[in-house]
Design a protein around this ligand. Structure first.
Ligand code: GDP
Ligand code: MG
Length: 165
């Protein structure tokens, strides 16, 4: 775990990455970790988690009315995931660029070197997650690494993963 870091920029330049069950099962965690580090991002906290259905529903609750929601929830709770809190300049944007479009087919056309192009299968099984905004980062890192508030959280606090069962 890193030392507590009170640098203000830390608060903004973080994002949450998840290696989803398909890529975890296909043993891509190490490759993806290496790509993250080579891209100049730091990994501030990380851990393996198993989501039960209720946790997957909660994590993706913004999509609860979409027709793909049941597939998404059963996929995300079908096996372990690997969660990483990333830090670095423009981390949210940088990681979203690295992962590519949601649909791996589109990714293979538009962004063939992206992680979803290379490791994704279909719209549901698309290998990785990346937060889409700073608000999402705060909510999502709280979900995996404990309650987050701008005042109370430091990177060190984020280093005690809880198992979401
Ligand atoms: P993301 O931010 O690129 O991951 O995409 P969204 O936030 O829109 O959707 C969350 C996740 O739901 C995606 O990563 C996919 O796993 C799944 N998903 C999104 N759109 C679709 C869809 O049209 N069909 C299916 N089957 N799954 C989808
Ligand atoms: Mg999203």
């Amino acid at each position: 775990c890193p030392e507590a870091d009170h640098d203000e920029s830390y608060q903004k330049d973080i994002t949450l990455a998840i290696v989803k069950p398909d890529a975890f099962l296909a043993a891509h965690v190490d490759d993806i970790r290496q790509e993250i580090l080579h891209a100049g991002l730091q990994i501030k906290a990380e851990g393996e988690f198993v989501l039960d259905k209720a946790s997957a529903e909660l994590f993706y609750r913004e999509h609860k009315n979409r027709n793909f929601f049941p597939h998404l929830v059963s996929f995300m709770s079908s096996g372990p995931v690997y969660v990483m809190l990333l830090s670095g300049r423009d981390a949210i944007k940088k990681w979203r660029l690295m992962i590519g479009p949601t649909d791996p087919e589109k990714a293979r056309k538009d962004s063939p070197l992206s992680i979803r192009a290379r490791f994704g299968t279909d719209n549901t099984r698309n290998a990785v997650h990346g937060s889409d905004s700073h608000e999402s980062v705060l909510r999502e890192m709280g979900f995996f690494f404990g309650n987050y508030t701008e005042e109370s959280r430091t990177p060190a606090d984020a280093c005690q993963p809880v198992t979401v069962q």
